[in-house]
Design a protein around this ligand. Structure first.
Ligand SMILES: Nc1ncnc2c1ncn2[C@@H]1O[C@H](COP(=O)(O)OP(=O)(O)O)[C@@H](O)[C@H]1O
Ligand SMILES: [Mg+2]
Length: 232
């Protein structure tokens, strides 16, 4: 078998809150192949966002191991993780995490500049155009609707052509036409650039386009349809 792009082995996550320790994910084991599109579904609070954060090295597992492109993420320090993400990953957060003091154009250009692109602003302009925001390049996040901010966040994550794109509810704030454009952008990353996609979604039309859908319930995998077609 080809080396998986992401590999989770018996991963657990527990967080200490003021009400004590909360067990969030229990024994998650999962391999994602190169070019695969994985949908993550499940009820609110089931751990979808937490699992995505672990895959991105943005949260540390309490137990188990996570490898990305063959590197052990649990063994990396914060600097190494940040470098790994910069070189290989795009992340779209549920709450966007745009930089409030930067315009849309600056938000999208920043990771390109960090990656050493000399034409970062031209490319950022093109990426924003691709998500239908050519008319919003000079707007700050606070001057944009939720759906517009979400499209900026997607443009920013997609611009460096990441090997792995992790997106939390990427069509959550979009209407039909914009949602369709975003789905095209996401699958274009896979089809044209071989990206591996992990998409948390409630949208059945997005889940239906994924190669494989995993359902989480109470922090556990309760369904994995990798064998769906074989079983039918
Ligand atoms: N920082 C935190 N401290 C304690 N509990 C948390 C924290 N973040 C999330 N949780 C809890 O973890 C569970 C899973 O949350 P989350 O991953 O956001 O679920 P989902 O994205 O599926 O809605 C929820 O019960 C949530 O309340
Ligand atoms: Mg969530």
């Amino acid at each position: 078998m080809v080396e998986p792009v992401l590999s989770l082995n018996d991963v657990t996550l527990a967080l200490d809150g003021n009400a004590g320790r909360v067990e969030i994910l229990h024994g998650i084991s999962l391999d994602v192949a190169k070019g695969e599109t994985l949908g993550l579904i499940g009820p609110s609070g089931s751990g979808k966002s937490s699992l995505l954060m672990l895959m991105g090295g943005l949260e540390r597992a309490t137990g188990g191991t996570i490898t990305g492109l063959g590197f052990d993420l649990s063994g990396m320090n914060e600097d190494a993780l940040a470098r790994f993400r910069r070189q290989h990953m795009g992340v779209v957060f549920q709450s966007f995490h745009l930089i409030p003091t930067m315009t849309a154009l600056e938000n999208v250009a920043t990771p390109l500049e960090l990656a050493g692109a000399t034409d970062a602003f031209d490319r950022a302009q093109a990426e924003l155009q691709a998500v239908g925001l050519a008319h919003r390049v000079d707007h700050y996040p606070a001057q944009m609707s939720g759906g517009e901010q979400q499209r900026v966040a997607l443009a920013r994550a997609a611009a460096p052509r990441p090997d792995i794109l992790l997106a939390d509810e990427p069509t959550g704030n979009l209407d039909g036409a914009n949602g369709e454009a975003i789905i095209e952008l996401l699958f274009g990353l896979r089809d044209k650039h071989g990206a591996t996609l992990v998409l948390v979604t409630h949208a059945s039309e997005l889940a239906a386009r994924c190669d494989r859908v995993i359902r989480l319930s109470d922090g556990r995998i309760s369904g994995d349809d990798a064998l769906r077609e074989a079983a039918e």
